[in-house]
Design a protein around this ligand. Structure first.
Ligand code: FMN
Length: 189
């Protein structure tokens, strides 16, 4: 392999450091939340805020989103890194993650956590299936900012964990990547 071989080089995207959200949704009396970091504003137009969220259809939360077509984004504050293992390592298939943690709700009834930087309620308007992920475009239908908090970023969310938890998070990322590689191969075949 030559040194210009892309497979030999670190990804430029490993240098990015996205904000960490707990994305919640609810359907038919069941509610759940997952960590999401691939979330971006998607318009500059004032009065019509929109975001893109890139989500795995393998997650339990995704089943709720498919039905409700809506979700809430809780932007975690930097001191809330201890919520990352619960919402990013475990699945709503196995436990009730939100038990005792729902502080309030969006106007449409989606669960909100306490002590975050703020939240946005989102309604899906369009989507693209990319094989391993679904890329959602969503209108922000309500939102609130709590002043004086700094957002948690992905690198700190990993670095601040106890070592055993950090290793589990890294292992899950690797395993999810291998799972997604198989899905992407099927999709592009
Ligand atoms: C730091 C971090 C970032 C993550 N970002 C995303 C993301 O942007 N999209 C996604 O679908 N999953 C993401 N995940 C994975 C889900 O949070 C994880 O698979 C979760 O356990 C799914 O829970 P559920 O099955 O209860 O829905 C991320 C996990 C971590 C730890």
């Amino acid at each position: 392999m030559s040194s210009s071989d892309p497979a030999n080089q670190a990804s430029v995207f490993s240098l990015t450091n996205h904000e960490v959200y707990v994305l919640t949704s609810t359907w038919d009396g069941r509610e759940n939340g997952q960590i999401a970091t691939w979330v971006l504003p998607a318009t500059l137009v004032e009065g019509t805020p929109r975001i893109v969220a890139i989500l795995s259809p393998q997650n339990f939360t995704h089943g709720l989103i498919v039905k409700s077509r809506s979700f809430a984004l809780n932007l975690l504050a930097e001191e809330q890194y201890d919520l990352v293992p619960l919402f990013g390592l475990t699945s709503g298939r196995d436990i009730l993650k939100l038990d005792g943690l729902v502080n309030s709700r969006t106007p449409a009834g989606f669960p909100l956590l306490a002590n975050t930087c703020g939240w946005a309620e989102c309604r899906i308007v369009s989507e693209i299936d990319s094989g391993d992920r679904i890329i959602y475009l969503a209108d922000v239908t309500a939102q609130k900012v709590y002043e004086g908090k700094k957002p948690l970023h992905k690198h700190d969310a990993f670095l601040k964990q106890p070592q055993d938890i950090r290793l589990l998070l890294e292992e899950k990322h690797r395993n999810d990547g291998m799972r997604d590689a198989a899905l992407m191969r099927q999709f592009t075949a």
